[in-house]
Design a protein around this ligand. Structure first.
Ligand SMILES: Cc1cc2nc3c(=O)[nH]c(=O)nc-3n(C[C@H](O)[C@H](O)[C@H](O)COP(=O)(O)O)c2cc1C
Length: 323
């Protein structure tokens, strides 16, 4: 069974991608993911200047969900240049550089730095809950604002393929994705964490996270990710690649996001819960399921739900079908 695909001219040995923010920013940790079967890695979000994160505790994890309020800490562009430069020397797998800023100018500034390092894709983080603290809203809540950022980034990165990373916290993620593509995004990454959520310690009666609220990830996020990816696939006519991310724990979870429309699948929280070799395990589970079902090309799974609906004469997953 063939797990390989070429997406926007970049060959991927399998569809698993380390999601942003999970393994820090060192070439050695990214190589460790590659050795453990990752098809590609995404850097944590890179700011144009050094950025302080939040106070501890920043993460609470359960079997079903995780809340994080790490606050997107970053040592700044010099460190990014050093580590990405090191990784690119022998580059075992494709690298996706995730960037963040608070204005079009800031995004353009870090995009210009990152472009010189020649990543395979640039992922534009328009959706981290940290934006709620720093500017009161997410760029990904508004198609025009998202488009302005993407145009500013495009001017700096030339032909490097660019993905817009979106939030599930909108009523119209399909429209936002379409606005991003119209503004020049080559692909969409969906989804970032949802919420934010809150957890309270019963004895102290205090919020567990020092920041009180945190973005929700892990298995509980998967059905929302599936719905968002399905809507994005429909709104963009299945014409742009989607890196489907959110709650993937097993190979079958990954396949479900692919049936909704994802070409690649981001693995975040599950790296902590299943261990670093989660990439290899998920690939083995995908292969086992596909082989048993007589699926020989992973690309045959992409958007499969939409084909199944059409075959039954149903056009799209509109809200008509909502409960
Ligand atoms: C601890 C932690 C840190 C994260 N940091 C970032 C980040 O820097 N940039 C970003 O775009 N997403 C970040 N994310 C979001 C993930 O990349 C991913 O979109 C989300 O967690 C959903 O996937 P999952 O359920 O597989 O974790 C972070 C998530 C976690 C749990």
């Amino acid at each position: 069974m063939n797990l390989q695909q070429t997406i926007l001219g970049v060959p991927f040995s399998n569809p698993t991608v380390l999601a942003s923010g999970i393994m820090g920013i060192t070439a050695s940790s990214w190589r460790y993911c590659a050795e453990n079967g990752a098809g590609a890695i995404t850097t944590k979000s890179l700011w144009p200047v050094e950025h302080q994160g939040n106070r501890n505790p920043t993460i609470i994890a359960t079997e079903h969900w995780t809340l994080n309020a790490v606050g997107v800490p970053d040592a700044g562009p010099e460190k990014a240049k050093e580590e990405i430069g090191d990784f690119m020397k022998d580059q075992p797998i494709p690298l996706i550089a995730n960037i963040i800023g608070l204005s079009p100018k800031e995004f353009a500034s870090i995009a210009a730095v990152v472009a010189t390092l020649k990543p395979d894709f640039i992922e534009v983080n328009l959706s981290t809950p940290t934006f709620l603290k720093l500017r009161g809203k997410l760029f990904a809540e508004d198609g025009n604002e998202a488009g302005t950022i993407l145009k500013a980034v495009r001017k700096e990165i030339g032909p490097i393929p660019c993905f817009a990373k979106l939030t599930p916290n909108v009523p119209n993620i399909g429209e936002i994705a379409k606005a991003c593509v119209d503004a020049g995004a080559d692909g969409i990454t969906a989804i970032n964490t949802a919420g934010p959520g809150m957890a309270i310690d019963l004895r102290s009666r205090m919020p567990i996270l020092a920041a009180h609220k945190g973005g929700l990830s892990g298995p509980a996020l998967k059905p929302i990710a599936v719905r968002c990816i399905a809507e994005i696939f429909e709104a963009t006519g299945g014409k742009v690649p989607i890196i489907g991310t959110g709650g993937i724990y097993t190979g079958e979870d990954a396949l479900e996001l692919m049936l909704a429309g994802a070409s690649l699948v981001g693995i975040g929280t599950a790296v902590g819960t299943r261990g670093i070799d989660v990439f290899r395990k998920i690939c083995e589970e995908i292969q086992l399921w596909c082989t048993n079902e007589g699926v020989w090309e992973i690309s045959d799974m992409i958007g499969g739900m939409h084909k199944a609906l059409l075959a039954r004469g149903i056009k799209g997953t509109s809200m008509k079908h909502a409960p």
